[in-house]
Design a binder for this molecule. Structure first.
Ligand code: G6P
Length: 367
């Protein structure tokens, strides 16, 4: 009903708009006001005793894991493996000593993820989950269940659960850095203060909706769309492509920018929109040189970047979306917003059923 959507046309639009609020709640849950360190519930977890992290999930939750790999490796120097649950469970990988197995699931009921968790029982040192539903099977069967506090998510295409998963995973990576002493207390404090500013940044990203709607109008005429990103923006490119194909039925795929030459460049012509997600960070120049390779072949570039990035690289691009400048660890969370809004407005322009896309289910409890 209209009331449930609180004035929004779709649940997906409502859930995208709720992100600053629910993320503020997730941050409060693990970082109580005034606290200078991340706090986990129960007896917690000492990452000083951990040599390796194995993360397993499906769909959007899998892309949250792929993003978190960058944080755990860079901030806490823990080797991380990320796997799709349906592959992991049948491959039956060896689980070395001092491994933490981490399962990410919005519903906590995805059949493949639950089977992967059960495979790790008695093999991993600790079974941890990151879930939205604390009463779910995955939460109940884990030794430590971390709630993401996203609230009920109704749109089949996951939005606020994804950014809440990312926020909790970033806090977990910071807790790991704390335990392992891989960041100085000042560096931790710097991250935590940046995190506390995340809801305001998300609001600023949401303010770009008109520009994104205009870009989406153009995108809705495409047959195929390519998403490019580097570093932690690479999993984000995957999430952007997934959202777009799920609800607009436009074929979309993601590539690591540096892989462009190894295949997808053959597809580029004037009919091919390419979404480039590139904050002005340490990898920006590399991303922009890949973007120029696209434009040299008449590909139409939609550049999502911050003021500095756009000022530097907007010559000849088809369209731009401006994000606020943010701490480099926060950009994967922030850039999820334009990726979601782009898919949403493209689907609206095409007139597809945004909240109930064909053939998809919110929770996949059978194999
Ligand atoms: C389905 C949903 C996706 C979700 C995936 C994993 O495919 O449509 O939105 O990301 O399942 O679900 P989970 O509940 O385990 O996060």
């Amino acid at each position: 009903t209209r009331a449930d959507k609180e004035g929004h046309k779709h649940f997906m639009a409502k859930e995208i708009a709720e992100q600053p609020t629910v993320i503020a709640e997730a941050i409060r849950a693990y970082l109580p006001s005034g606290s200078d360190e991340v706090r986990l519930p129960g007896e917690g977890l000492d990452f000083g005793q951990v040599d390796r992290l194995t993360m397993v999930a499906c769909g959007t939750a899998y892309f949250a894991c792929l993003t978190a790999k960058y944080w755990f490796e860079q901030l806490a120097r823990i080797p991380v493996e990320v796997d799709i649950a349906s592959e992991f469970r049948y491959r039956e990988p060896p689980i070395p000593d001092r491994t933490v197995a981490l399962f990410v699931s919005q519903s906590g009921e995805t059949a493949d993820t639950l089977a992967a968790l059960r495979y790790c029982e008695g093999k991993a040192d600790k079974i941890v989950s990151v879930v939205n539903v604390p009463e779910s099977s995955i939460a109940r069967e884990s030794q430590l269940a971390l709630e993401i506090h996203a609230g009920v998510e109704i749109g089949v295409a996951s939005t606020k659960a994804f950014t809440c998963q990312l926020s909790v995973l970033l806090m977990l990576a910071l807790k790991a850095a704390q335990d392992r002493g891989t960041l100085t207390p000042e560096q931790i404090a710097d991250h935590l203060s940046a995190l506390r500013g995340l809801p305001a940044l998300l609001n600023a990203a949401l303010d770009q909706e008109d520009a994104i709607r205009t870009a989406a109008q153009k995108l809705s005429e495409a047959r195929d769309v390519l998403f490019l990103g580097r570093g932690a923006m690479y999993p984000l490119a995957h999430e952007g492509a997934l959202k777009l194909k799920e609800i607009s039925y436009i074929h979309a795929e993601a590539y690591a920018s540096g892989e462009l030459k190894h295949g997808p460049i053959a597809l580029i012509d004037k009919h091919m929109p390419v979404v480039v997600m590139a904050p002005r960070d340490a990898l920006f120049d590399k991303s922009i040189s890949n973007m120029q390779e696209v434009m040299a072949r008449k590909g139409k570039v939609l550049l999502i970047s911050d003021d500095d990035g756009i000022a530097e690289a907007q010559d000849g691009v088809w369209s731009t979306v401006r994000m606020p400048h943010a701490h480099p660890s926060l950009t994967p969370i922030l850039y999820a917003v334009p990726a979601q809004l782009l898919a949403y407005h493209t689907a609206v322009a095409k007139g597809t059923d945004v909240d109930q896309p064909r053939n998809l289910a919110k929770s996949v409890t059978v194999e």
